[in-house]
Design a protein around this ligand. Structure first.
Ligand code: TYM
Length: 352
């Protein structure tokens, strides 16, 4: 008996463990008209790769999206685009639960409980909050933006997730999640699985094509260096051809001295599945321009096919609604018992 118990991972709670597959969970905010290449390589590719081995939960965090100024009609439209782009990336609703965060009330309910065990200073140290709030001035930032990482922790913990596939910029939030899970378990008894970030180094941070020292982001001042998944093939080829590259002319992979070329090589490698060394060898002795034209063409083909698939999916909103409803139903089957356990452990009297 003792042996069997010590076989279990120490990070797991006592409930329903050994008989299930490990779980993966992730989300991507619907705060732009489209996801970009950073989201695709940093996140969606990894989501898709984990679907076989893991029981996967992927969702559109609409509750997170309202922590900054937004337009309700636009949010509704962007939520559908988000779902379509996740599906176009290869998220398979037969294998993964794909859903909208606000369809599963347990996220917000658990977030409230976690708010009670999170320190004000601890939340204030989140670099993403500091960055985002400094843009509008801290006085204008919402309380929701401040408490945003705690809702993210709830997103993860309510599914007892083992792995969280994200880009580098979410590492600190997953670290906070681990701390909160451990704290709750310590104070109230083993309840949560302590999750791990799953960050694939090669694509953990895709950089802006115009400023290869900052990450590609929908909120970058100019969109010239951001490849959106809704861009036309022509736009994409142009963006890549106009990418800022470095001094010198030799094509070598050196992120420290040649961040522009390194970024293009990373994207090239991720898109084709070839190693960076292999790509560098192919372009030996050639100019930056050759690499840019070739990558521009490859990416143009990629967004062309991706855009077609997305539009097809968006043409049938009824089907998208069905997929999202089925995903939310599956999600609630897992989230509801976790919340019940948390409420019991928290000392709440349960309805008779
Ligand atoms: P978000 O919406 O900013 O980004 C979605 C995913 O894309 C990754 N990403 C990138 N990866 C590589 N290079 C880039 N330039 C790049 N830009 C974005 C992000 O790391 C992320 O994986 N807080 C989250 C959303 C969220 C979430 C969650 C994630 C809410 N709840 C629970 C995981 C688990 C966010 O704002 O990601």
């Amino acid at each position: 008996m003792m042996l069997a118990m010590s076989d279990a991972s120490p990070s797991r709670s006592g409930t329903e463990r050994s008989d299930r597959r490990p779980r993966a969970l992730s989300g991507a905010q619907p705060t732009a008209d489209s996801y970009h290449l950073g989201n695709y390589f940093g996140a969606f590719r990894q989501w898709v790769a984990l679907q076989d081995e893991f029981e996967a939960f992927y969702f559109i965090p609409d509750l997170h999206a309202i922590t900054v100024d937004y337009d309700p009609a636009l949010l509704r439209e962007r939520t559908y685009v988000a779902a379509a782009q996740m599906l176009a990336s290869g998220v398979d609703p037969e294998r993964s639960a794909l859903f909208v965060q606000s369809h599963v009330p347990e996220h917000a309910q658990l977030a409230w409980v976690l708010n009670g065990i999170t320190g004000f200073g601890e939340a204030g140290r989140m670099t993403q909050f500091k960055d985002k709030s400094s843009r509008s001035g801290t006085d204008n930032a919402s309380v929701g933006l401040f408490t945003y990482p705690i809702l993210m922790a709830a997103d993860i913990l309510v599914y007892q997730a083992d792995k969280v596939p994200v880009g580098e910029d979410q590492r600190q939030h997953v670290e906070l999640t681990r701390n909160l899970a451990q704290r709750f378990n310590h104070r109230f008894g083993e309840t949560f699985t302590v999750p791990e970030a799953h960050i694939v180094k090669a694509t953990a941070k895709i950089y802006d094509l115009q400023d290869p020292t900052s990450k590609m982001s929908g909120s970058n001042a100019s969109h010239a260096g951001v490849v959106d998944l809704t861009d036309t093939p022509k736009q994409v080829a142009k963006k890549v051809r106009s990418a800022v590259t470095d001094s010198g002319s030799e094509i070598v992979y050196d992120p420290a001295t040649k961040p522009g070329i390194a970024n293009l090589l990373s994207i090239y490698s991720a898109l084709t599945g070839r190693t960076i060394d292999d790509v560098v060898a192919e372009y030996e002795g050639q100019q930056y321009g050759h690499l840019k034209v070739a990558l521009g063409d490859l990416l143009a083909d990629f967004v062309g096919a991706f855009g077609d698939r997305t539009r097809e999916l968006l043409d049938d909103k009824g089907e998208l609604d069905r997929v999202l409803a089925a995903g939310a139903a599956r999600a609630r089957e897992v989230a509801a018992p976790t919340l019940e356990l948390v409420y019991e452990r928290s000392g709440f009297v349960r309805p008779a």
